[in-house]
Design a protein. Structure first.
Length: 735
């Protein structure tokens, strides 16, 4: 481990770079015992030329810029010379230029900084400083001192100083007082600051282990973590308390239970009996409870608001639609189209090869024939692009359709409705409870809603299981497509997807390569599975199938860790397909090179890129840690250093991140290392992402484990029963 070094009495000369969001600084300083100027880097907040700092940290060597001092902690001291004080005043206080700084030092000497702290009214004695200017000086000085004090406070209590900017933005001048009163508020109010960080600070500040604030924060953290990990909207009370007891080792169960009831009184959680779920008491975070209730209410309102479309008009439009399609719809398809056009809310679900795309196109054409205004959308950019190609009409992501706003809401909501007669949403299995509510809020009661999706795929990444719950309720009209068309029956990707979905082992294709479109390659050793993946992606598939390994072949894996997790595979595939050629941009442990395949991990509305967007590095600038990325929707985006935290290599991606996508070829490991994640719907989802070729490589034991696991992914949601109750109650009242 590197020994901590000190850089004493370092006077700041110039600021090279400053990130206002997190306080990261690159600066040049003159230090007492160092010749010339030294480059320092670290979280230092709003430092200014002329400031004098005592720095603790370590020396590092930058490959391009040479030796630098990486700051870990610091203390501010006073400038030692009048020249230093002048530099400090004119660069750190808004409204103080060179002339005013000179006058202040001439008038008060080195004591000017003490006067700013203790008796700023004295500045009114100086010619040219009015009451208004004094107010501006005091505000600027106060902000500068507050951020510095906050940084030192965070350092001394073991909290990463990267949060200083967000904490100051949230609490302002009261930041330190707020943190001393209740540091656990950090975990509630700033995304990314977890319970453990707040707890570390609180215990250092003297909060007892049994403090009510601590127990309540631990419960909220545990509940949120369980919901985020498992996609739940509620967690059984007993399971929640058991987990919290383990985390708060030594704290009695009854105290933690009391804290839970206190949270209920404060309306931070909701506790309900759910007899249909066989859960005596379910605990919801309040916003998840509201999402579930509101979704049920809005589905009921939409379905029960009559907006009739003539059956005769639908029947009359269908022959024209079939003429446009170039074939006659089957009886199952015809009925599905008829019902989708006639009902206010309708669901079309079915596996690969059952004609969902054809039916979606037929529905859109029929509704168009009826003269209705149609909007098309999907949860991801790639799914929207495919919907657009299938229907010949423009389709958008749901976020773009609803016009996401910087404050986290949408332009189209309960007050500003979408101008549409019909909304068709593809890949509806990906819609979580929060997005579902946003969609329903934006729809006028006269609007029709058609959900298209495969209910057997993995559910949404976010909490909820909307599509499955709608079907389970049996109150939303639906069509489950089961007939596999002859052309699809020839695809072993389709055949084996349906076998996996029914819990059966997949079959090998009877033909050799390149006619075969599916392979199961048995191998128990994860290290050998990795080698088979690398050889298949980099050599065998390109040679035999003529596919581009960078553009056409996607590795999908259940987990991030292990020999065949995304992390190890991305590094190995990058080394084989795109080795280092002298230029790269590093962010953490990841190096990006020109030509790399990359994946966006979070929505970035400023740059118009979204979670799940796939792209390629078109160019890079190592000196500034910046990339130019060409995303597969044609959007070319300039990503700065701070944007790279939301990016990752995508030679291998998780099966969850592949939802809503299709790739010419998919290679998927199935190993016992990943047993925690192996579920039937995960295997099914991974396989159905492949369009022309699928390779599954792993152990028979792991494959059987996944096929037999149909319960571990069950989500805690009660939407289906809430929908049922609303419809039942309406029938009772009608009776």
């Amino acid at each position: 481990m590197s020994k901590i070094k000190t850089l004493a009495a370092a006077e700041v000369r110039t600021i090279v770079f400053h990130n206002a969001e997190n306080g990261y600084v690159i600066a040049r300083v003159s230090a007492k015992n160092e010749p010339g100027q030294t480059t320092i880097t670290g979280i230092l907040g709003e430092i200014s030329p002329g400031e004098v700092l005592d720095l603790q940290g370590k020396w590092v060597v930058h490959p391009k810029f040479g030796p630098q001092f990486e700051v870990q902690t610091f203390e501010q001291t006073r400038p030692a010379t009048e020249q230093g004080v002048m530099r400090f005043l004119q660069t750190s206080i808004k409204g103080v230029g060179e002339k005013t700084a000179q006058t202040l030092v001439d008038t008060f000497g080195m004591g000017i900084l003490d006067i700013l702290d203790d008796d700023p009214e004295k500045l009114l004695e100086v010619k040219g400083i009015s009451k208004r200017k004094l107010e501006s000086i005091i505000e600027s000085w106060s902000k500068q001192r507050t951020i510095k004090n906050l940084l030192v406070f965070l350092q001394s209590h073991g909290v990463p100083t990267t949060w200083a900017g967000k904490i100051f933005h949230l609490y302002g001048a009261q930041a330190e007082k707020k943190l001393r009163d209740n540091p656990y508020d950090l975990a509630y109010e700033i995304r990314g600051v977890g319970f453990r960080t707040a707890d570390q600070m609180a215990l250092k500040l003297g909060f007892p282990p049994e403090a009510p604030q601590r127990l309540e924060a631990a419960l909220v953290y545990t509940l949120f973590s369980r919901c985020e990990r498992g996609g739940h909207l509620f967690v059984a009370k007993d399971a929640l308390l058991d987990e919290a007891v383990k985390m708060l080792e030594g704290v009695p169960y009854d105290l933690i239970e009391t804290a839970l009831y206190s949270l209920e009184e404060k309306k931070r959680v909701r506790i309900e009996d759910l007899p249909e779920q066989e859960v005596d008491q379910a605990v919801y975070l309040m916003h998840f409870y509201h999402y579930e209730n509101e979704a049920a209410q809005r589905f009921y309102q939409l379905v029960s608001h009559p907006t009739p479309v003539s059956s005769d008009k639908i029947a009359k439009a269908l022959p024209e639609v079939e003429k446009t399609l170039g074939f006659t719809l089957s009886e199952e398809q015809r009925e599905a189209v008829f019902e989708a056009c006639g009902n206010k809310v309708f669901i079309i679900t079915g596996g690969p090869g059952t004609g969902k795309t054809t039916i979606t196109k037929a529905i859109v054409l029929t509704l168009k024939e009826l003269g209705l205004k149609i909007k098309l959308a999907a949860p991801t950019g790639r799914a929207a692009k495919r919907l657009s190609e299938a229907t010949g009409m423009s389709a958008q992501t749901l976020h773009r359709l609803l016009q996401y706003q910087p404050d986290g809401g949408f332009h189209y909501d309960q007050d500003q409705k979408l101008k549409a007669d019909v909304l068709v949403v593809d890949e509806a299995s990906m819609i979580d409870a929060q997005l579902c509510v946003a969609v329903l809020r934006a729809l006028p009661h006269t609007c029709r809603l058609v959900f298209v999706g495969d209910v057997n795929q993995l559910p949404s990444v976010g909490p909820g299981n909307v599509l499955a719950d709608m079907l389970t309720s049996q109150r939303i009209p639906s069509a489950r497509l089961s007939h596999i068309f002859r052309q699809a029956q020839e695809s072993y990707i389709v055949v084996n997807a349906h076998r996996i979905n029914s819990g059966q082992m997949p079959r090998q294709h009877p033909l050799p390569a390149p006619e075969a479109d599916y392979y199961w390659i048995p191998q128990d050793d994860p290290a050998k599975v990795q080698k088979l993946i690398l050889d298949s992606v980099c050599e065998r598939i390109p040679e035999v199938y003529g596919m581009d390994p960078l553009r056409d072949v996607q590795v999908l894996t259940p987990m991030h860790k292990g020999d065949v997790g995304t992390q190890a595979l991305n590094l190995a595939l990058q080394e084989r397909l795109n080795p280092f050629r002298g230029r790269e941009v590093k962010r953490g442990n990841t190096a990006y090179r020109k030509g790399d395949r990359v994946l966006q991990l979070r929505n970035n509305y400023d740059k118009d890129v979204f979670n799940g967007d796939l792209g390629w590095v078109a160019d890079l600038e190592p000196a500034d840690n910046e990339l130019l990325v060409e995303f597969d929707d044609g959007n070319t985006v300039h990503l700065e250093a701070s944007d790279l935290d939301d990016l990752t290599l995508a030679y291998a991606v998780s099966v969850h991140k592949s939802q809503g996508s299709e790739y010419p070829a998919v290679v998927m490991p199935v190993v016992t290392q990943h047993y925690i994640m192996l579920q039937r719907n995960l295997l099914y989802t991974g396989l159905t992402r492949a369009r022309k070729l699928a390779l599954m490589i792993g152990s028979d034991k792991a494959l059987k484990l996944g096929l037999n696991n149909v319960t571990s992914g069950k989500r805690g949601t009660n939407l289906a029963y809430r929908i049922q109750h609303l419809f039942q109650n309406s029938l009772l009242h009608a009776g």
